[in-house]
Design a protein around this ligand. Structure first.
Ligand SMILES: [Zn+2]
Length: 154
């Protein structure tokens, strides 16, 4: 199984999906079987950002359980279901998560390097910041649930 970080064309929403192989992703993509869990857009591509939750670092939103290793190629329904589960899990964790806004990359890095206490945080990061975090092995994953940043709510 391969996890791809995907991104829809309409809203640039990022989400993860599992595929049996790279070919299987290409096939499902070509047939429009992969839809954005946020807006339903079927035009998806691989996202630049590839956040993973590593064993060492779990300060970001936790990784969802992967489907069983012996599963056949996931159907679009399964992919949708898994994504819905991830979104539900994230929605559940958000109340305990601290909004750090634009400081997300710096805060995640500080925790990774032991300069700050481990905490559950969410915030905003540019694609460049997200890529740097990933390159440095710092766990982060895109939120699948829409949130209103507290500092932008008024
Ligand atoms: Zn979308």
């Amino acid at each position: 199984m391969i996890v791809f970080d995907l991104c829809c064309a309409a809203g640039e929403h990022r989400f993860e999906a599992w595929f049996a192989s790279s070919d299987s992703f290409a096939d499902q993509q070509a047939r429009g079987l992969i839809a954005c869990p946020v807006c339903g857009d079927a035009e998806v591509k691989k996202a630049v950002m590839a956040p993973r939750v590593g064993a060492k670092s779990n300060q970001a939103v936790a990784a969802p359980a992967a489907p069983p290793a012996n599963a056949a190629e996931p159907s679009p329904e399964l992919v949708r279901k898994v994504l819905a589960e991830i979104a539900a899990k994230q929605a559940e964790m958000l109340p305990q998560s601290r909004w750090v806004g634009r400081d997300f990359a710096a805060a995640a890095r500080a925790m990774h390097e032991g300069r700050a206490a481990e905490d559950l945080i969410h915030g905003q990061a540019s694609p460049e910041e997200a890529r740097d975090l990933h390159d440095d092995g710092i766990a982060a994953m895109p939120l699948l649930v829409p949130i209103v940043p507290p500092d932008a709510a008024h």
